[in-house]
Structure formats: structure tokens, C-alpha cells
Write a protein of this length. Sequence first.
Lengths: 299, 500
Amino acid sequence: MTDFVQILVSGLTVGSVIALVAFGYNLVFASTRIVNFAQGSMLVVAGYIAFAVARAGVPIWGAFAISVLASLGVGVLVEVVAIKPLGRFDPSTNVGWILTTFGVALIAVDIIKKTVGAEARRLPPLADSIFGWKVAKISGVAVTVPDVLLVVSALLIVVGLELLQTRTALGRAFRAVAEDRQTAGLMGINTELMVMITFALAGALAAIGAVLIAPRLFVKLDLGVNLGIQAFIAAVLGGLGSTRGAIVGGYIIGFTTAIVSTITSEGGSWGPVIVFVVFLLVLVVRPAGIFGSPAVEKV
Amino acid sequence: MNPEQGRDFIERQVNKDISRRHFIQWAGKAGIGSAAAMSLSGAVLAACGSGGGSKKIAGATGDTLKVGVIAPFSGIGAFIGTVTTNSLSAAVQELNARGGILGRKIALVNRDTGIDPANGVKAYNELAGDPNIVGILWCGGLGFEQTQEQFARDKLPVMAVFNDAWSDKRLYPDDQQQRSVFQFLIPTRMAMDTLAQYAANDRGYKTAALINDVVIDPRTENQGFFNASLAKVGMKSVGYESYQLGNSDFGPALQRLKGARPDMLAIFGLSGDTANFVIQIDQLGSAYIDTPTAKDPSKGWHPHIFGSPGGTGDHSWADLAKDSAKPGTITAWHVGGLVYLPEFAIAGWMKKYLDKLPTGGEESPADGLYTLLKGVEKAGTTDRTRLVQAIETQGPLRFASSTYSFTADRHVSKTPDDMIIVTLERKSGPAATTPPYQLGHEWSTEFARYPAGPTQLVRPTLDANKRSQPDVMKTVITQGWGTQCTKNPDGTLSKECKIH
């Protein structure tokens, strides 16, 4: 029983951590067909913004709100620096965005290192107790308030993003731009604005993820690379562009890692190997990912 | 001491940079740099001015002696490069102010490894191909392990400042091909021996388990080192758990360890993961309390946490873990790394030439440079074979911090007698124990303004440290640095005083 509960708790929390980063990849891809390799760095920047604000004496909820707002701007800045200079282009044939988004990611981390420093920082949790409850032991497994908040938030974000993409004019505009930017423009959609809004929202998602993840992984420079890679795998696994895919991909990685770690004490060595095996097996069956749509070329 | 100096003081106690140089060393083993492909590499030539009046050194040309420096000046390990730059800049200015070596000024040729091991290999080959380079300081840059065949081929003196070849027997005389390599970094195996001796002999623990980061120890050598260290002191290993750098969940590992119930739990990883681990063990209700509780099965499982120099030896783990970082947590260090001690020169040089204070680790690059140059002075030539022999036979040296030496059969500067134990304390004072213990005088002066910090445990390694560094230890005892433990009427330190 303890093992089962441990797998459940570990799978949900680790999966949610990964999904929170993967949402940003998918949101941008769904609207632009671009993989924003700066997403991990945006998470790092947002985390350090929240830390700086909290250190100035602002309560954590205030720091969280300010970080989200500031990260909207960071997202716009990334778009202006990494995407806009490329002009009108087809992301599938002109892959300059790989270099520009990756370059922005490196520059952002270097700026933090030179200004704030390279040390990891601690952020207080958004809530460390609910009506006096802090930690529950279920079959000897600890379940904390920040962990519950992490999982619930990830699920709420999925619902929110799905509603945004399918039930709002903005979401329809995103999809139209992704489908055919030129035609969307002819239909009166400001395509450049849509792309900019997408990056802004990705920045906000990065801030939400940074603050929710901090109680487990702190705020540190290497998060962008370490977590960014796992999140990218989750996004591809679930289907690039699919919000549901991001969380399912995250949970596949989370539960696979939890099961391997429960079975063997060499989980650190075997976990990544098994995750990649699962990744490959899924892609063999579903090359576009679990919720991904295969590209159809019209002739 | 002003607040800034005070802050620096406490940071130097914990020597935060050791974690960084360990990371780079370990990252080199893992080869993770090439995978990330994030290097912003760039070569930098930092040459000093030349002077006249030099004496004849066979093989040397011009008015300068050129030394190659390979370090991560960019990328995630750039802070290692900063430590290296500050250390060597101060040391070079000091040496040149003294007139240089045999009348020649010292010039450094820096090469950046970024986070790609291939850069290290390339940098070495370039520097080794320059006949004017008398030797190389390898300061944590990646590619060290991948260049060992070239070391054997070229026989160019290499000072392994922040790289560990001794632990897995890749240093002379274990590896006969590596005679030109000399190590300054605390070997992991030596640190584990020190920790195991303290666990068994001082605390009386019988069982232990290891949590190991396999990204920074990809060949999982630490498990073998740990088991060997335990075996030497009659302790038994009851668990081994591996994890990956940046791990967010230790739940399954903790469930297994709880079943195995080791008295002592060692975590060998970086500070962030160490903090995450102690937070999760605290949430599980198994945080460390004190030694009697750790040894008493009837009181539940509350293991004594021991960590690596780069984990619990880095002050940031306590900052991150806050209340989950418990007083009494242990790590191993070395006497010469206590750079705050007034008789260690590097701090004064950095203040004098750079108007900076050391953050920790600066003693090693400077000592590496000095070793190489004194070798040239003794040999009177830059002939590589004769230079290596001169380094082996030049006897004890003292430059940036404590005294050290190399011999023909010992190419590592640290000895077991140099090792010390460091623990975590809080400004609230000593943890309640029976009998009570005393903190060193720093806790009533400089440390009082900080919530938590480390302190050196003097008594457990005092006899060994006196053999190795008698003058330094005399100052430590006289001044009351570190946790001294209760003094007996005859002036000796009570063994029973420190039990938390």
C-alpha cells in the first residue's frame, strides 16, 4: 500500500512540475508552430523576479502577481528579440527561430548570473497550510500543502488553456494564425499581435510555474536546462500544441520515474533510460504524440 | 569588521566555491557539458608586463615565464573562473612584486572550457604545443579526464587545482603514466574516510547509507569509496540510493531508507538537492535530532545527516532548507581552506591588489602557480622531466594558505591529517544536549547576525591537524576558532561535549 501511495504522490507531483513548464512550449507552438527554446529561461527569469520582489518585503502573493505581470513583458521581449527580426517566415522551412530562441535563453541566464548571481534562491510557498493543515501522512507518505497546490494548479491551468483555445475569439485567432498565417491576416486578424500575445501568455505561464515549483526545486539557473528538457520531452510525448498532451506527457514521465524509483534504488540511473524507452515506444505508435495531429500536406 | 566583511567572513567559513569546483569536476566526468552545448567559449589572453634583468633558465625564452590556465571562464561554471582569476591575479602581482622567478615576470595564458569537455582537450593541446608554456593550471575546466593520454604523452607539468584524479587512482603513483600531474583538490575518497571516522569513532554509529548524485558521479565510484570508508571503521552500509542532479522527489528512496534505518545518512550531491532532501526527510517526520536519538531505534528513524563538501559544505543548502537544515549536520573540509584565518596570505593579497575579499577556494590556484614556479626555480630549467622531479623534491611549501608538499610517491597536496570536520550551527546558540557544548568565539562576534552557518569541529581532528599544521592549529586553539568543546582542567578538549 505504501508503495502504491508513494507512486501516486510522486507521479502526480513530478508530473505536475514538468507539465507546468510544458504548457508554455505547447501554447507557443499551438499558435506559431515555433518551439520556444527560451521557455525554460523565462521560467528562471520569472523565478528571480518573484524572489527579488519577495526579498524586498512584498508578501509572496504580491510577488507572485508582480512576477506574472512582469513576465508578460518578458514574453513580449523574447518575441521582439528572437522572432520579430526574422520577419515573415515559414517555421517549418526557416528554422532560424531555433537559434534565436536558444540564444535569448543563454543571454537571459547570463544576465541573471551577472546581476543577481548564480546561487539558488528560496521562495516561500504560496500557502504552507490550509486551515491549520500542513502535512498529511497517508500510509507513511508525506503529502504537503504546496504539493497539493502544485497538482491542483496544473489541472486548473489545463482547463483554463483549453477554454481559452476553444471557447474564445482569442483562441480561435491563435489557431487561425497557426493554421495559415497569411490567410488569417487576410481575414483581418492581426497576426503579429497574436504571436506577441502568445509569447506574453507563455511568459505568464512561466511565472506561475516558477512560483509553484519553487518549494520543491527552488529558484536556480539550471532549472531552465534541466526542467526545460524534461518539459520538452513531455510536450512532444503528449503532442506538441496540445495542452492536454502537456499534462499527460508530464504525468507519463512522472509516473514512469516514480515506478522505476520505487522498484529499484538505482532509480537515478535507470529512470531517464526507461523514460526515453517509453518516449520512443509512444512515438512509434503515435509519431505526432498522444494528442498530436499528423501534418497533412495539401497538394 | 563592517557588515560586508562580516558577510564575507561567514561565506568563507563554508567555502561555497568548493561545490562549484566539485560540480565542474563532476560535470567533466559526466560529459554533460557537451550534451547541453551551451558554451559561450572564448579565449582570453591575460599577459602581464615584462621586466628585465632575468637570469638564465634553460629552455625559457624572453623576459616572462608563461603558465597556461584552463578553467571555465564562461557558462554555468563561470564562478570557478572568477575564483581562479581573482586568485591568480593577486598571486601573480604578489610574485611579480617580489621580482618574479629568477628575475622573470609571470604571465598567464588563459583558455576557457565553457561547459564543453572538448574545449578543455583543445585548450590543453594548444598550450602544450607552445614551447614557452612551462606548465598548466587545470582549474576545474572540463576535459581533464579526456586529456589524460595527452598528459602521459607530453609530460608537461599539470597542476590539477580543482580536479580529482586521486580518488579513482588516476594519479601517480597509482597510474604510472600520470607522473606530471599534481592535485590540490580535496579527494572525495579522503573526505569520505574523514566522515566515516567521525561517524564511527566520535558518534558511535554502526550503520550508514549513501544517497548519490549519478550525474556528478556518472561511474558511481562514490558507492565503492563510501563502502570502503565504512569498512575501515567497522561500519556497515545498509543502503544506497541514486538520483539525478535537480531531482524534485526523494519519496521512494526515503521509504526504502526508512526501512533500512541507517544511523548515519550521507548525501553526496550539490547544495540544492541536499536542501531538497533534508526538507523531504523533515516532512516525513524523520529529521535529525541528536546522536542518542539517531542511535535509538525506539525513537523512530532520525538519521544523522552527513554531506559532501559541495553539499552541506556549501552555505546555500542551509539558506534553502531553512528550518529543515538541522544543527549538527556534518561535512569534511581541510585546514588550508579556512581562508579567514589571519595567517593565510591570500586574503591580504586580494585586498591589496584587487580590493576584494576571498569567497573561498582562492588558496588553491595560487598554490598551484607557486608550486610550478618554485619547481622552475629549483630545476633552473623548463625541461619537463626535470621540472616534475623538482616539484616532487622541493619539500614543504607555503604560499597562499597552509603548508603543503609533494613527494615522489605522493602527488596530492592534501593528506588525511589536513582534513577537518565542519558542522552547521544557528545563531540561536548550541542545540540543547547533555552535556552541553561550547561554540567558538565567532558565534558571539561575527556570526551572531546570521541565522545559520558552519563551524569547525576542532577536537575530533585536532591531533591529526597538529601533526600537519602545528602553527595554524595553535592559532585556532588560542583564538578559540570553531567549536572547541568543553575544556578539561588540563586544557585538553573533552570528547563528551559535542553530541548533538
